[in-house]
Design a protein around this ligand. Structure first.
Ligand code: ATP
Ligand code: FE
Length: 366
C-alpha cells in the first residue's frame, strides 16, 4: 500500500509518499527555521502563513517525485496532535481536501508516536514492544511501545524540553551572530561549538538525583547555563549581543550536562523496566528519536548506557529524527495495515486537531 503523509505541527512543512515495502517514493520538506531564527522564536501566525504559502508546492513536489497520482494512494495521513493549533490546521485542512477530491480515507496521526515509529521504517527487524526515548523541541518522553497505537508512558520532563533548553542557550550565546553557525538551529549550533570546547570547563550541576521516578528536568540546567553566561558577560563587561570568549567551553559544558542528565535518567528507566519485567527479554531495544537525537555526542553516550544495560540502540538518521513528512506517511502505513483510525472521505467531521495530547497511558513509577 501507499500513503501520503503531511506534517505541519510546528515550523516545518513536510509531505512524503511511502509504501509498505519501506520505500520513500517522494519527499518534500520546507523549513521555516531561518525566518524564525531571525525573529528570535516562532510566532504562530507567521508559522501558519508560511505553511499556507508552501503546503501546495510541497504536496505537489512530493507527488511528482513519487510519480504517483492521488488515485493510486491508499490513504492520506496527517499530523493532528500535538502542536501549534494554527500550524496543525493548515495541514489538516489540506489533508481533508485531498481526501475529499480523491475519495481516499484520512488517517490522523500523533506527532510523537510518528517520531517513535520512524525507527520501524529504518529497521525492518524492529519488533514491538520496544522502549522509546523521544528528545525534541517540545518533549522528553520515555515510553514502552506495546502496539502501534498503544504507548505506555514511563516518564517525561517535568518542565522544559531538551531542544528548547538548547535553543534558549544558543540564543543567549548569540550563536546565530557567529558566521560558522549562521544556518544552524540552536541544537546544531551548540553541537558544533561544543567540539571546540572543554566539557569540564563549567560544572552546571546535576539535577533530580533523588527522584526515584523516570522523569526528566531541564529548567535547572537551563538556568545554570544562563547564570554562567551572565557571569561571563559581566567579567568581560559585554552586553548581551556580543560574543563571550568562553562560548565554546560553555556549549561543551552545557551539552555534557544535558547528556549526563539524559543518561542517568535513562539508566533509571532501564532499571525500572527490568524490575517490573515490562519488556520481554528478547525485545531489549531502545529507540531514540526527535530532533535532539540527531546530536552525535548524545548518541554516543546513549550507546554506552545501552551497552551497559544490554539494550540494542536504534536511532534513525538525523533527517528522520527532526520533523518531516516521511514519518507521518510511515505511521499512516502502520495504521492502514492494521486498520486503525481510518476515516472515510465522507466522515471527516470527526477528525480534528488537538494542541496538547498525552502519549499513551501513564503508569505509576518508582
Ligand atoms: P516536538 O517533536 O516535541 O513537537 P519539534 O517538532 O519542534 O518538537 P523536532 O523537530 O523533533 O522538535 O526537533 C527540533 C529540536 O531539535 C530543536 O530544539 C533543535 O534545537 C533540536 N536539534 C536539532 N538538531 C540538533 C542537534 N544536532 N543537537 C541537538 N539538538 C538538535
Ligand atoms: Fe517533532
Amino acid at each position: 500500500s501507499k500513503v501520503l503523509g503531511i506534517e505541519t505541527s510546528c515550523d516545518d512543512t513536510g509531505c512524503a509518499i511511502v509504501d509498505s515495502d519501506r520505500n520513500i517514493l517522494g519527499e518534500c520538506l520546507q523549513s521555516q527555521q531561518q525566518i524564525h531564527l531571525d525573529f528570535g522564536g516562532i510566532i504562530p501566525p507567521v508559522a501558519r502563513d508560511l505553511h499556507k504559502q508552501n503546503i501546495n508546492n510541497v504536496v505537489t513536489e512530493a507527488l511528482q517525485q513519487a510519480q504517483v497520482s492521488l488515485n493510486e494512494l491508499d490513504a492520506i495521513a496527517v499530523t493532528v496532535k500535538p502542536g501549534l493549533p494554527l500550524s496543525l490546521l493548515v495541514g489538516m485542512n489540506t489533508a481533508k481536501e485531498l481526501s475529499k477530491i480523491s475519495r481516499k480515507p484520512l488517517i490522523p496521526i500523533h506527532h510523537m508516536e510518528a517520531h517513535a515509529l520512524t525507527a520501524r521504517l529504518v529497521d525492518k527487524n524492529l519488533k514491538l514492544p520496544f522502549v522509546v526515548l523521544l528528545l525534541s523541541g517540545g518533549h522528553c518522553l520515555l515510553a514502552v511501545v506495546n502496539k502501534i497505537n498503544e504507548f505506555l508512558l514511563l516518564g517525561q520532563s517535568i518542565d522544559d524540553a531538551p531542544g528548547e533548553a538548547l535553543d534558549k542557550a544558543a540564543r543567549r550565546l548569540q550563536l546565530k551572530n557567529m558566521k560558522e553557525f549562521r544556518y544552524c538551529c540552536g541544537g546544531q549550533a551548540i553541537e558544533k561549538a561544543a567540539m571546540k570546547g572543554d566539557p569540564k570547563a563549567f560544572d552546571l550541576g546535576t539535577f533530580m538525583t533523588n527522584y526515584k521516578d523516570c522523569n526528566f528536568s531541564y529548567s535547572g540546567l537551563k538556568n545554570a547555563v544562563r547564570m554562567q553566561i551572565l557571569k561571563s558577560e559581566k567579567k568581560h563587561e559585554l552586553k548581551g549581543d556580543e560574543i563571550i570568549p568562553e562560548v565554546y567551553d560553555l556549549c561543551a559544558s552545557f551539552q555534557y550536562a544535558i547528556t549526563k542528565h539524559i543518561c542517568t535518567r535513562l539508566q533509571r528507566g532501564f532499571e525500572f523496566i527490568d524490575r517490573t519485567k515490562l519488556l520481554p527479554e528478547i525485545n531489549r531495544t531502545l529507540v531514540v528519536s526527535g530532533g535532539v537525537a540527531s546530536n552525535m555526542f548524545i548518541r554516543k553516550h546513549l550507546n554506552l548506557v545501552c551497552d551497559n544495560m544490554n539494550f540494542k540502540l536504534v536511532v534513525p538518521p538525523p533527517r528522520l529524527c527532526t520533523d518531516n513528512g516521511i514519518m507521518i506517511a510511515w505511521n499512516g502505513i502502520e495504521k492502514f495495515n492494521e486498520n486503525l483510525d481510518i476515516y472515510t472521505y465522507d466522515n471527516l467531521d470527526k477528525v480534528d486537531i488537538q494542541s496538547k495530547a498525552p502519549l499513551g497511558k501513564n503508569i505509576s513509577q518508582q
